[in-house]
Design a protein around this ligand. Structure first.
Ligand SMILES: [Zn+2]
Length: 190
């Protein structure tokens, strides 16, 4: 695949992350914004393989200590993502601490970050620590005054077919025909 000469010129005919001159390709930095040249970086095969694969080689990515200072926005975005993915390691976190992205670049960088598994790591648990799932039936372990609905949900009330929320401390379910948010810690899985 041929690379736009303007891109190659910007990249000085080298990988914009590690300066290798081998097997260069044009790499789209997702999500694409602006003109192609703005969201396309010139990368070598090694960099692309690691970015698209699942393992990052810390030795290779020491190159980020230089390329993170690139004047090219999409290269800054790539460097930030790669450092963030490796931020469990001191060297990467140290570099990340020094890095500054303006707001729009930071948004772009975050938008393309591979989803972290730990975001959904925290399970929703009932009062006994049992993990709750969508569709479970629970009972209330105490009387709960339902704010705004004008009734008290009595202890022992069964709530069928609950729905988890983004907050592990809360679930949603129907009580007295009304969809309400309930505190997981006041529930017991049936
Ligand atoms: Zn490279």
């Amino acid at each position: 695949m041929s690379i736009d000469p303007a891109l190659l010129q910007r990249a000085e005919n080298a990988c914009e992350l590690c300066t290798s001159t081998e097997n260069l390709t044009a790499y789209d930095v997702a999500p694409e914004t602006g003109a192609p040249i703005e969201h396309t970086a010139v990368l070598c095969e090694t960099c692309v393989t690691q970015i698209e694969g699942s393992a990052l080689n810390a030795d290779h990515w020491q190159c980020l200590s230089t390329s993170m200072w690139s004047q090219t926005p999409c290269v800054q975005v790539l460097a930030w993502r790669l450092l963030t993915q490796q931020s469990g390691e001191t060297w990467a976190q140290d570099l990340l601490d020094m890095m500054y992205l303006d707001e729009s670049l930071a948004e772009w960088a975050k938008a393309g970050l591979p989803e972290k598994e730990e975001e959904n790591d925290t399970p929703t648990r009932d009062s006994n620590g049992a993990v709750l799932q969508n569709g479970d039936t629970v009972t209330l372990i105490k009387d709960l005054a339902v704010k705004g609905a004008g009734f008290t949900a009595k202890r022992g009330t069964a709530v069928r077919n609950i729905t988890l929320t983004t907050n592990p401390l809360h679930i949603e379910g129907k009580v007295n025909g009304q969809q309400i948010v309930l505190v997981s810690a006041y529930l017991k899985k049936v």
